[in-house]
Write a protein that binds this ligand. Structure first.
Ligand code: GTP
Ligand code: SPV
Ligand code: MN
Length: 581
């Protein structure tokens, strides 16, 4: 097969010339194609069948033990000018980067099949959607892309109509961490990834395209590509407000996106609808509001901690047709992970060895499930709406054991941009490296912004224009800990209490308590019926430590200063104002 688009045929031919595959397969996305690929992967051990009575259609993939997470130190943004990538990215000159990675691609597909995956990020008929083509030698990547994107014939038809697409070239290589790079060429709308089969490194539609390349395009075209979940909250009167929330990797997006209201709220008729759990593309609509789509079609979610209690919607979603990566298995071949809390026990760990908690956990801390969004009971029909959903509130949040209260509101858009730019969070297992280290992660985009953060903050500020109906901006922290090291806030479903307060703010129904960090709730305005909080919890979740915040403001100032003169003056002024308040 070839395409009607000559530039696509030519690129595939050039890549084949370089990589020397035994065969070329153009993916049409059909069920027959998927079944054949799956049979092939079951036969060669890439996939292992799970218990088909309890988990029909589901499989397990065990990755190479050195290939379990994103590799930020090997991820590059290759702009012609180093300054355009910014201090927030690792940079390499495009010519050097191409030479380095093409040397790895040279002949790398000998004995393998080259798959051509045309895909669309976003509903196939949405003007907000963007298309790409990933070339890969990994059938596991094909299977995951089929769940995570709109992949195959309809995407190819759109690409042929539009005549352009983002190019992504991927090979698992030898899975050698010393021969691994994830490179982005925003000016060429090109991605090259070698040596990893892991999600964010290998499913190029996801972080590489939908965030790093798309953020560059979004800046040029006047929209935003963000690391955000999107959810809808329907109140008992039937009105739905949409909220987009940016939390860093493994900091609660999937869980919030699939939230099930606490008992009292359910009784009153509240509903939460899932639009997306990881990426949000939004742009101003004709009425001045920001309209958002989820560019993805599936969830690539963190398995550990997912239980009937913490995230029933996720658990319901993954009962069938799910690819599990790096989880443990029980004696009767069901998937298992720490915190699944279903009364079962693991027999085999994620490396396929007999489970021994003294050696390693049963599931890798960054083990994941890949599943179609359509299997999620709370998935909203509006997720397929080509116009997107209007956003009432934007929420920023990090994993902060100390200092940061449960929730506060930014005074206005500019302050909101500063609150996003100043975000800090403790690192997680989603990327290789130390876990639990506090770092600045502006808008949860530190690993994902395809250009200089100084310009990115400027782009955010630019949305404040006459006629704009911008969302209110909030900051949350579900992860504040007490002196005993335990979380002070119950989190999960109870987070709806905080979201309800935000909606009441949007609707002008409740007041605030103004403080130097922003507007805090008046505690009586938050519905805490059924939640028991200790005195320590009350004090730390709803109070502010002025001395601690002075130090935090100084640290934010030092961080922003790293961006030098390129940092927008309006953001510097806002920072000054707050530090002196
Ligand atoms: P990525 O897919 O890496 O972008 O992660 P994510 O932001 O979607 O995070 P996810 O919802 O998968 O949550 C990651 C971890 O945080 C899981 O172990 C959750 O159980 C835990 N978590 C999520 N929400 C809460 C919460 O409200 N409170 C607490 N204490 N933990 C939470
Ligand atoms: C994240 O790390 O933020 C994820 C998983 O959502 S990955 O697709 O690997 O980036
Ligand atoms: Mn993510």
């Amino acid at each position: 097969m070839t395409s009607k688009l000559e530039s696509l045929n030519q690129w595939v031919a050039d890549v084949a010339q370089l990589t020397q595959p035994d065969a070329i397969h153009w993916c049409d996305g059909s069920d027959a194609e998927s079944a054949a690929l799956k049979a092939h992967m079951l036969a060669d051990g890439t996939l292992i069948e799970l218990n088909q009575h309890t988990h029909p259609g589901s499989t397990l993939h065990r990755s190479h033990p050195d290939d379990v997470a994103r590799v930020e130190h090997l991820t590059f943004v290759c702009t012609p000018e180093r300054e355009d990538a910014g201090p927030n990215n690792h940079w390499m000159a495009p010519s050097e980067a191409h030479a380095k990675i093409d040397a790895l691609f040279d002949g790398c597909m000998r004995g393998r099949t080259l798959y051509v995956i045309p895909y669309c990020m976003g509903p196939i008929d949405s003007p907000l959607s963007r298309c790409g083509v990933e070339i890969t030698d990994s059938p596991y990547v094909v299977a995951n892309m089929r769940i995570m994107t709109r992949m195959g014939a309809p995407a190819l038809a759109r690409i042929e109509r539009e005549g352009h697409f983002v190019k992504g070239l991927h090979s698992t290589g030898e899975l050698d961490p010393n021969r691994r790079f994830i490179m982005h060429f925003p000016q060429e709308l090109t991605i090259k990834s070698f040596g990893s089969g892991y999600g964010g490194n290998a499913l190029l539609g996801k972080k590489c395209h939908a965030l790093r390349i798309a953020s560059h395009q979004a800046r040029q075209e006047g929209w935003l590509a963000e690391h955000m979940l999107i959810l809808g909250i329907e109140n008992p009167q039937g009105d739905t407000h949409y909220i987009a929330a940016a939390f860093p990797s493994a900091c609660g997006k999937t869980n919030l996106a699939m939230l099930i209201p606490p008992e009292g709220y359910l009784k009153d008729g509240w509903k939460v609808w899932t639009i997306g759990d990881d990426i949000c593309w939004m742009r101003p609509g004709p009425d001045g509001r920001l309209y958002a789509i989820n560019p993805e079609a599936g969830f690539f979610g963190v398995a550990p901690g997912t239980s009937k209690k913490s995230n029933p919607n996720a658990l319901a979603s993954i009962q069938s047709n799910t690819i599990f990566t790096n989880v443990g298995v029980t004696a009767d071949n069901q998937p298992w992970w720490e915190g699944i809390d279903n009364g079962q026990a693991p027999m085999t760990d994620w490396q396929g060895q007999p489970y021994n908690p003294a050696v390693r956990p049963a599931a890798h801390p960054n083990s994941r499930f890949t599943v179609s969004a359509k299997q999620c009971p709370s998935y909203s029909d509006m997720a397929e709406d080509p116009h997107g959903v209007p956003i009432s509130a934007i929420v920023f949040g990090g994993r902060r054991a100390s200092l940061v209260p449960l929730v506060f509101e930014a005074r206005d858009w500019t302050h909101g941009v500063l609150v996003g730019a100043a975000m800090g969070s403790e690192t997680t297992a989603a990327a290789t490296g130390a876990v639990g280290v506090m770092r600045r992660d502006p808008m949860a985009m530190k690993p994902f912004c395809g250009y200089n953060f100084a310009d990115y903050f400027g782009h955010w500020l630019s949305f404040d224009q006459p006629g704009a109906q911008l969302p209110k901006v909030f900051h949350v922290n579900w992860f504040r800990k007490g002196d005993d090291g335990k979380f002070l806030w119950p989190g999960f479903g109870d987070n709806l209490r905080v979201l309800e307060w935000m909606i009441n703010r949007v609707d002008g129904k409740v007041g605030v308590q103004a403080t130097p960090i922003g507007n805090l709730p008046i505690e009586a305005d938050l519905n805490l019926d059924g939640v028991t909080l200790s005195d320590e919890a009350h004090a730390k979740l709803f109070g502010i430590d002025h001395a601690g915040w002075q130090a935090e403001f100084a640290s934010i100032g030092d961080y922003l200063a790293e961006y030098g003169p390129r940092l927008p003056q309006a953001l510097k002024d806002e920072q000054q104002r707050i530090a002196q308040a």
